[in-house]
Write a protein that binds this ligand. Structure first.
Ligand code: ADP
Ligand code: ZN
Length: 731
């Protein structure tokens, strides 16, 4: 034990971004003040990194002081709260990730901790100027209104319509003295009485229920279920108002960045101020400002993507998860987590409510609500009795498209009628590009990606063949690379570009907008296009799932789904649920403002339970069947699942390590291990992938089981990597 009374070393445990399962020990100098939750900068190898203090050790551990490295600096920011520290620990244990890698999602780079420099400003001293010109008079009148107000030179000049030299002249005469204006918050405080709507019937009851739940200030989960347009957002705004009134911070999670902007504007209409946004597209400086102001409690409401769940709020009192069923909440990279599930955990550890909102909840959430584990609030009608679209399946066997086309006569006719009425149509196909497969009619050669097990998708506007997994792209050749024949390459199947071409041939004078994520110009361009559509500057919109979510197009009265069966083709048991959710969401884009509207689903299997459920609108029966099926198959929530994804540069290495892991699987009653089998996409970015699926009964501790299995297996060597996915999305 090293203990030197002259020069006592205090040691401290710090989470640093490494795969280590335990924190590292560092030395704290006597002049440094850090405790549990402090954020510090420490050396790690040759680098300096941000770390999180997780244990304040009472005295020196038996570490060689020569090897112990010192904390570089303790950042000047409030410590991470106790519930957040427990959350980091919980997420690490649940996802079997290193706690330092989870902490990394909470911390920022050291520059975020630099206090924001104050702005130079001026304030009136009470001294009157010697001589009053017109310009000076205007300035003096302005400051007489609010003598205590601090101004910037240019701000005051601008407000009074004078040049800054007028202000400088007054300063010389002692009319102003210089002061420092502290950096202002990124967003203004929400005003809970601003734009408060008059809620109707059910809406009012549900809003009151939510507000009451919020004022209990204890953990609860509420499922807020309601058809699109029923006012879920308006209603949960009242829960937010209740939390804000109590001085709490609020987090709203949204599945897509593209949705954030529309949400910010809507929030502004209700609260007179925007919430702070949080997503990967923010400029770095803005991210840092928002992070800091959230930590300091200056920002009250944040609306963001899943990563916002790891912001270190000071005083969080409510989490809303909008579109809770959305697959975008699942992160499948480094730490594999589902932000919806982890939001429930975070609220539980912090002791406050969480609200899960959706028109088509996940089967798991619906089941929890039905079983009474969650509170269950429903809005069954659209606001102002706006009718839901009439939904019909078009049987493609009976109403086949023209040769080479993909749109049935019934759909084209409906589009013509919509056009004649001066209303808008949406054609939905969840596939970017022109055609999903290109082949040579002479030799049968198919164009595949060299790095992934996937066909190359033709993008005709870009004149390229593109891999949608790794981004590899090549020019569309004129002849077949296999047999050399010219002019025999054919496009198989439709993408939205091809649908646009076909639409144009039927409606040459219509204004058509094509929307997809590979559009040039990113989120900004997308917003402009969305605004244009809302303003009626398009007759027909053709888009991927980007347009399915959360946008209001008042004049859109027809939604046509080009291929309703697309998502059902793979063998995933979640396919029915996902297809149902997507089709409900897409068709829900129609008739948002009360006009009569129609949703048409092109399908080869109108008798499929998903089509039946959509057309009948009978959610209860659909969920009943889904829950039944899950129960029989012991699938979640009636069973536990985890998967191991083994990847390597060669197929053999990946498979061998998969076998070794399988061999290390402990014997356990009620646990079944499947695989290693080739992953659904067997190769991505040049890495071969195998998958092992662990399936247990609901009480199985899958984490303990996996830990034992991985512990017994040889360590991955060479290019082999193992990723752990607890509660995988597809199974
Ligand atoms: P959801 O989130 O369930 O899809 P929204 O909250 O977006 O529904 O409501 C649908 C539309 O109806 C929105 O344009 C919303 O502003 C409007 N709306 C809903 N309830 C009210 C209300 N009580 N007063 C005024 N407008 C409302
Ligand atoms: Zn590829």
């Amino acid at each position: 034990m090293v203990s030197d009374s002259e020069n006592k070393i205090k040691t401290i445990s710090i989470l640093v971004p490494t795969p280590s399962p335990v924190p590292y020990t560092y030395a704290l100098r006597a002049d440094q003040k850090a405790g549990l939750g402090s954020i510090v900068q420490v050396p790690l190898g040759p680098r300096q990194v941000s770390g999180l203090v997780v244990e304040d050790l009472p005295d020196a551990k038996p570490v060689d002081p020569a090897k112990l490295r010192e904390v570089t600096q303790v950042f000047d920011c409030p410590p991470v709260t106790g519930d957040m520290l427990r959350f980091i620990d919980w997420v690490a244990k649940y996802t079997l990730s290193a706690p330092g890698m989870v902490a990394r999602m909470v911390l920022r780079s050291p520059t975020a901790f630099d206090p924001e420099p104050p702005t130079k400003g001026i304030i009136a001293t009470g001294t009157q100027p010697e001589r009053l010109t017109d310009a000076r008079k205007r300035v003096m009148e302005q400051i007489a209104e609010e003598p205590q107000m601090a101004w910037t030179r240019s701000g005051l000049a601008h407000a009074t319509g004078v040049t800054t030299s007028v202000i400088d002249g007054l300063s010389k005469q002692g009319v102003f003295s210089e002061i420092e204006i502290p950096a202002r918050p990124v967003v203004a405080k929400p005003d809970i009485s601003f734009g408060k709507p008059e809620l109707m019937g059910d809406q009012r009851d549900v809003a009151e229920g939510l507000a009451a739940t919020v004022s209990e200030e204890k953990f609860s989960v509420t499922l807020l279920e309601g058809v699109t347009g029923s006012g879920k957002t308006e209603v949960y705004f009242e829960a937010i108002a209740a939390a804000v009134a109590q001085g709490k911070q609020v987090l709203v999670l949204l599945p897509e960045i593209a949705l954030t902007q529309a949400f910010l504007e809507r929030f502004h209409d209700r609260f007179g101020a925007e919430p702070a946004p949080w997503h990967s597209d923010l400029a770095p400086r803005m991210r840092e400002r928002i992070w800091r102001q959230v930590t300091e409690g200056q920002i009250q409401v944040v609306a963001g993507a899943r990563s916002a769940l790891f912001l270190p709020f000071q005083n969080l009192g409510l989490i809303i998860v909008d579109e809770e069923h959305d697959a975008a909440y699942k992160q499948e990279d480094r730490v594999f987590y589902n932000a919806r599930d982890m939001a429930v955990v975070r609220a539980h550890l912090g002791g406050y409510p969480v609200v899960l909102a959706s028109a088509t909840p996940s089967v798991e959430t619906r089941h929890n609500a039905e079983e009474g584990r969650y509170k269950y609030e429903r809005l069954d009608k659209r606001y102002a009795d706006a009718a839901l679209p009439t939904l019909k399946a078009i049987d493609m066997r009976k109403s086949p498209p023209q040769r080479g086309g993909f749109l049935s006569p019934a759909l084209i006719e409906a589009m013509q009628e919509t056009l004649d009425r001066g209303e808008q149509s949406l054609l939905f196909l969840n596939r970017r590009g022109y055609a999903p497969l290109t082949l040579c009619r002479a030799c049968g050669h198919r164009f595949a990606c060299g790095n992934c097990s996937a066909w190359l998708v033709e993008h005709r506007f870009r004149k390229q063949l593109v891999c949608h997994h790794c981004g590899h792209h090549e020019h569309v050749p004129e002849s077949c690379p296999e047999c050399g024949t010219f002019d025999h390459l054919v496009a198989c199947g439709p993408g939205i570009e091809r649908i646009a071409e076909e639409t144009l041939s039927h409606f040459p004078d219509a204004r058509i907008i094509v929307l997809s994520s590979d559009m040039m110009g990113g989120v900004k361009r997308l917003r402009l296009e969305m605004d244009a559509i809302a303003k009626g500057e398009a007759d027909i919109v053709i888009g991927t799932q980007l347009v399915a979510k959360g946008h209001n197009f008042p004049n859109m009265t027809l939604v046509g789904v080009v291929d309703s069966d697309l998502g059902l083709a793979n063998g995933d048991p979640r396919a029915a649920e996902r297809t149902f959710q997507l089709l409900s969401q897409v068709t829900g884009r129609a008739g948002r403002t009360g006009k009569k509207s129609v949703g048409l689903l092109q399908t080869f299997q109108p008798e499929h339970p998903v089509m039946q459920a959509i057309v009948s609108g009978d959610l209860d029966t659909f969920y009943e069947k889904q829950i039944d099926e899950r129960e029989r198959g012991k699938m979640p929530p009636f069973g536990r699942l985890a998967s191991l994804i083994i990847s390597a540069a060669t197929r053999m290495e990946a498979e061998q390590h998969g076998r070794a892991l399988r061999g290390a699987a402990p014997q356990a009653k009620d646990v079944m291990v499947l695989g290693p089998a080739e992953a659904p996409i067997a190769m991505v970015r040049g890495r071969h992938r195998f998958r092992i699926l662990v399936h247990g009964d609901p009480r199985t501790n899958v984490q303990a089981y996996l830990r034992e299995m991985i512990g017994k297996a040889p360590r991955p060597r060479g290019s082999v990597k193992v990723q752990i996915d607890v509660d995988p999305q597809s199974f």
